[in-house]
Design a protein around this ligand. Structure first.
Ligand SMILES: Nc1nc2c(c(=O)[nH]1)N[C@H]1C(S)=C(S)[C@@H](COP(=O)(O)OP(=O)(O)OC[C@H]3O[C@@H](n4cnc5c(=O)[nH]c(N)nc54)[C@H](O)[C@@H]3O)O[C@H]1N2
Ligand SMILES: Nc1nc2c(c(=O)[nH]1)N[C@H]1C(S)=C(S)[C@@H](COP(=O)(O)OP(=O)(O)OC[C@H]3O[C@@H](n4cnc5c(=O)[nH]c(N)nc54)[C@H](O)[C@@H]3O)O[C@H]1N2
Ligand code: SF4
Ligand SMILES: [Mo]
Length: 710
């Protein structure tokens, strides 16, 4: 059998690296970086080869499984589709549509079939009880994009290929490979900034892998960044450094004057007291940023999943805007994707807080409710209580705040369906699991991450390797379920039904081809002829054409933020006693679901409690010895790792671990189980404005430590 090389984009994280995969028959011989990919130019990380392990994994499901008397039994696809659709319809008629909850996880955003076909299925459920991993991630970014630029997806991207000054606050792109900034090889990009005599500055409670490569690193107390960021907005006004350049006609003058006024209390002195960074250092930092010809401030999880995440991202957008760096080379720019996801028809629509969750009255955003409310929506009796859950490509038991409680809630459900490739911490609660083909077996196009990329490129990849006989693609699963859900529901001549049925006949490739035609930059034929992808050039100024607000203006002082400042001001004198918990990521992990690859988990134990030597002394913690950590919601026991890389008063546990649980069928992951830091994070700690979970900065205490025998 002959060996062939297939080219495609890696779908694991946001970096969109090009892969060159050698295949012989049904065997994957090697996975390397595609040197001819115009975007990633050969770069990959260690996870890319993990794609082979997922493909070969004997624990991965290929056929639907149903729980019968506590045991999983394979059943046929037809039976599975019929059962799921009938059950969902009976739940709808018995308890009403709100009794069905839906949770969408992270790999869905990397998955073409799921992205294009799940929305119709979700619509057919007619439920408002929708949740996703977005609300334990980037909700504040979407909110700022919505209120300032008019659409949740109008997110400005740091143009790090051309900047002179990159301020990274609460992000670790050397490990995460960039997020809401699709940029393969961030290490190389940092080196290039330095070669251009530019500067990279990192602000983080941990001396991270990125900080090690940067020109400067400053420790910051968790949750305090908001004071620093607002102080910088104030500093720009106070020192008359506002440069609006070509955007002057977009920004309402009265809003600018109001903003200047409300920013006045946020001084460097307050910022210094809150963050622990000296007044001199902050002043130099602000001056350096403002002196640079092209500068960009970029914030990620460390300023997203915190209690003032929305204010942080509003402030970051304001800093870039007021310093003259928005829609300008080397600053904060907007992409021009070949397949346009931002539809002109949604111009001006605010999709926020149109309804609230039943129990805690948390706001809806983009049709989703905050995932911190899932458990209470299931466990609190009453009308519209969730009785049935569907998860797609998500593992909320490990990934969301107070995950153990989410598991307990799932255990109470009347019915649960998981669309997933594994029997894991979440899906083990399901009654039925529908496993799609995945990874290298599915067609791929990045509708989402091209929108967030630092350069415009485009590529379509057909499946690199055929799916197993009898397996189904995710889009087939969604299309089959949707068909059954709407069949009798809507009258035969219903226009929506006709539209959905028409789409049900289309493959994802047909849909992308159609979208590309609308965009008029490249055709599917062009992509078929260019398997390495096509470069469409660097980002270009385009905000005047792309802005999506109803009046075409860029709003800098929306009332939601001004109101939230009042909430912030109440905390001005708060001080932190004891320890707070933050997270961390590792190059060989991908949230919770790649630990069943030996290649990814072998070596030194990575699920440790990182603690500063001073705190270790105070709490009598010994390096390498188990320590028990407790929060309001639970406790975990794990080995301590004493290091000066974490600042005093802060401890860190990576998320996505904790695989040793009843019902889990992940042989390798169970043997390298670790503990789940989300058994400590608290569903009540949220960013009140957006409803986003706050998993960084959680108060914890050390309740027991074993002192190593000398
Ligand atoms: N404490 C703390 N918690 C966090 C974070 C943190 O930094 N700290 N980070 C948060 C972030 S940013 C995110 S995005 C979330 C992630 O949260 P989730 O999306 O809920 O969890 P994942 O770990 O990504 O789980 C992905 C699931 O998808 C399945 N899967 C993989 N590939 C496919 C596929 O092709 N199709 C289908 N149907 N299923 C598939 C896997 O088996 C797994 O069950 O975690 C969040 N949780
Ligand atoms: N290898 C790997 N790559 C991944 C993932 C993975 O699990 N593994 N997950 C992917 C996903 S879903 C996402 S969303 C991205 C996330 O991408 P990143 O946000 O770049 O990743 P994190 O490691 O969460 O980085 C957050 C940083 O914030 C710091 N931090 C914590 N609290 C605070 C605070 O209060 N203030 C400040 N200033 N900093 C703080 C942490 O120490 C950490 O260094 O990564 C993606 N890429
Ligand atoms: S950086 Fe992300 S996209 Fe690139 S190879 Fe690694 S996991 Fe895949
Ligand atoms: Mo994420």
């Amino acid at each position: 059998m002959e060996t062939v090389t297939k080219y495609r984009t890696c779908s694991l994280c946001e970096a969109m690296c090009g892969l060159a995969i050698e295949i012989k028959g049904k065997d994957i011989l090697s996975i390397k970086g595609d040197m001819e990919d115009p975007f990633s130019k050969g770069h990959i990380c260690p996870k890319a080869v993990g794609m082979k392990d997922i493909y070969d994994d004997p624990d991965r499901l290929k056929r639907p499984v149903k729980k019968v008397d506590g045991e999983w039994k394979e059943i046929s696809w037809e039976l599975a589709f019929d059962e799921v659709a009938n059950k969902l319809k009976s739940m709808q008629s018995k308890y009403g549509p709100q009794s069905i909850g839906y949770y969408a996880g992270n790999p869905g955003a990397h998955n073409l079939g799921s992205l294009l076909t799940s929305p119709d299925f979700i619509r057919s459920l007619k439920t408002k009880n929708r949740f996703s991993a977005t609300s334990i991630d980037q909700l504040p970014h979407h909110l700022a994009a919505q209120y300032m630029y008019g659409h949740a997806l109008m997110m400005p991207i740091p143009d790090i290929d051309r900047t002179d000054y990159w301020l990274i606050i609460g992000g670790n792109p050397l490990v995460s490979n960039g997020s809401l900034m699709t940029a393969p090889d961030c290490g190389g990009k940092i080196r290039n900034i330095q070669k251009r005599r530019g500067k990279v500055v990192v602000i983080d409670p941990r001396f991270t892998e990125t900080a090690r490569k940067a020109d400067q690193h400053h420790f910051v107390k968790p949750q305090s960044d908001v004071w620093l960021l607002l102080a910088m907005v104030n500093y720009i006004f106070h020192n008359k450094k506002v440069k609006l350049r070509h955007l002057v006609d977009l920004i309402p003058e009265e809003e600018l004057m109001l903003l200047e006024k409300v920013m006045q209390p946020y001084t460097i002195i307050v910022a210094s007291r809150k963050t622990g960074i000296t007044v001199d250092t902050i002043t130099t930092l602000f001056d350096d940023f403002l002196k640079a010809d092209k500068a960009v401030c970029y914030g990620r999880m460390g300023v997203s999943v915190v209690e003032f995440g929305s204010l942080c991202h509003w402030a970051i957008n304001l800093i870039n805007l007021l310093s003259g760096n928005v829609d300008r080379e080397g600053g904060h720019m907007f992409t021009s994707p070949a397949f346009e996801v931002i539809q002109k028809k949604s111009k001006g629509q605010i999709k926020f807080n149109r309804w609230q969750s039943r129990v805690r009255k948390l706001p809806e955003f983009g049709g989703d409710l905050p995932c911190s409310t899932i458990a209470e929506e299931i466990m609190t009796p009453g009308e519209n209580q969730i009785k049935c859950m569907i998860t797609n490509a998500g593992n909320p038991v490990l990934s969301t705040s107070n995950g153990k409680q989410v598991g307990d809630a799932f255990d109470q459900l009347e019915y649960m369906v998981a669309i997933d490739i594994y029997i894991n911490e979440t899906t083990q609660y399901a009654d039925i699991i529908l496993p799609p083909a995945t990874g290298l077996e599915v067609p791929h196009y990045d509708t989402v991450f091209n929108l967030f990329a630092i350069r415009n490129t485009v590529k379509f990849s057909d499946p690199a390797i055929p799916k197993e006989e009898g397996a189904r693609y995710d889009y087939e699963i969604f299309q089959e379920l949707t068909k059954r859900m709407i069949q009798e529901e809507l009258p035969a001549d219903d226009a929506l039904k006709a539209k959905i049925l028409y789409k049900l006949g289309m493959s994802p490739k047909d849909m992308i081809a159609f979208g590309l035609k609308m965009g008029d930059q490249v055709s599917m034929d062009d992509l078929d002829n260019n398997p390495h992808g096509i470069d469409l050039g660097p980002l270009v100024p385009n905000l005047h054409q792309r802005i999506m607000t109803v009046d075409g203006k860029l709003h800098v002082a929306s009332d939601i933020y001004l109101q939230d400042l009042k909430r912030l001001n109440k905390t001005i004198d708060d001080t932190v006693e004891g320890l707070v918990l933050i997270g961390r990521r590792h190059l060989r992990s991908n949230n919770s679901w790649m630990h069943n690859s030996l290649r990814m988990v072998k070596g030194r134990v990575r699920c440790t409690l990182l603690i500063h030597p001073d705190d270790a002394k105070t709490y009598q913690v010994t390096d390498g010895v188990d320590v028990t950590v407790r929060s309001r919601v639970g406790k975990v026991t794990l080995p301590a790792e004493i290091s000066e890389e974490i600042m005093p008063g802060v401890v860190s546990i990576p998320h996505g671990w904790g695989h040793k649980r009843k019902g889990v069928k992940l042989s390798i992951a169970e043997a390298h189980a670790g503990v789940s830091c989300n058994d400590l994070t608290d569903e009540n700690l949220i960013d009140q404005l957006s409803g986003n979970a706050a998993v960084n900065g959680v108060p914890v205490e050390i309740v027991q430590s074993k002192i190593a025998a000398i």
